[in-house]
Design a protein around this ligand. Structure first.
Ligand code: PGA
Length: 256
């Protein structure tokens, strides 16, 4: 794992945006895995401002609420169109999100996995981090080999997301999410976490034991993970000084 600690979320986001820009310049037909939530909002703004060419890019989102139609204000379809897709020259046919309204959910999840494979796999997967350690909506005790499927949110995640639904009662109980096994097949994983409320989850993901009780810890098993943090999110890392040292002494060819 490469842990990149910046003073502010803005600067940590800028590092992440540069990494994605480099990928899109090197591989104009890249396949991006995308995330929703408060964390990647700045990233999407930064990417829009970079005016990159998205014509040949394909995207797959991590997750969607089960039961929400794409036009629902809190659906992740809507989130992505509002915050990124409509601002860049991405082809609609290249956009993929799990179908929250699928009648046959297992078949729809298998088809999602098939499409990822048919696109050549995900080059770079953007990830946020739940306060309970989830990535995508893989809640604690998710199988570490899981694939795209339906999951039940924890009460804590429903509380965390209540702010978007004007209270907890409106938050769906179920979601469709890529599995941890799906996420780990991305060639690069890019985890973003900002703010003191993520500090415990970050420390457990980066320095804790690999355990299904903290799904993000499974990223330790992936060979190419970048973790972009602000100082408050990094506050509980035991080796923070070492991570800063490594970043400050990156060989020129490795810089982005
Ligand atoms: P947040 O959510 O970005 O809104 O904090 C992160 C997550 O639940 O993955």
């Amino acid at each position: 794992m490469e842990i990149i600690i910046q003073p502010e979320a803005e600067a940590a986001t800028a590092v992440a945006a540069r990494l994605i820009r480099r990928l899109l310049l090197e591989k104009p037909a890249a396949v991006l895995g995308l995330a929703t939530g408060g964390t990647p909002l700045r990233l999407y703004r930064a990417l829009v401002a970079m005016k990159l060419d998205w014509r040949r890019v394909t995207t797959f989102n991590l997750d969607e609420y089960a039961g929400l139609p794409p036009e629902h204000p809190q659906s992740y379809h809507r989130f992505m169109w509002e915050n990124l897709f409509r601002h860049v020259n991405l082809a609609k046919k290249n956009v993929h999100l799990p179908d929250g309204l699928a009648k046959d959910i297992p078949a729809s999840c298998a088809e999602y996995e098939r499409r990822i494979r048919a696109a050549g796999g995900i080059d770079l997967q953007v990830l946020g981090l739940g306060t309970d350690g989830h990535i995508g909506f893989n809640e604690p005790t998710s199988s570490l080999a899981s694939r795209t499927r339906i999951k039940t949110l924890t009460p804590r995640t429903r509380r965390d997301n209540a702010r978007y639904f004007g209270g907890e009662t409106g938050v769906p109980h179920h979601v469709i999410t890529m599995g941890i096994g799906t996420i780990l097949e991305a060639r690069t994983c890019l985890l973003l976490a900002f703010g003191a409320k993520k500090a415990r989850a970050v420390a457990a993901a980066v320095e804790g034991p690999v355990t299904s009780l903290h799904p993000a810890s499974m990223l330790q098993m992936h060979p190419e993970v970048k973790v972009c943090l602000d100082e408050p999110a990094a506050a509980r890392l035991k080796k923070a000084d070492y991570y800063r040292w490594v970043y400050a002494h990156k060989p020129a060819w490795q810089q982005f």
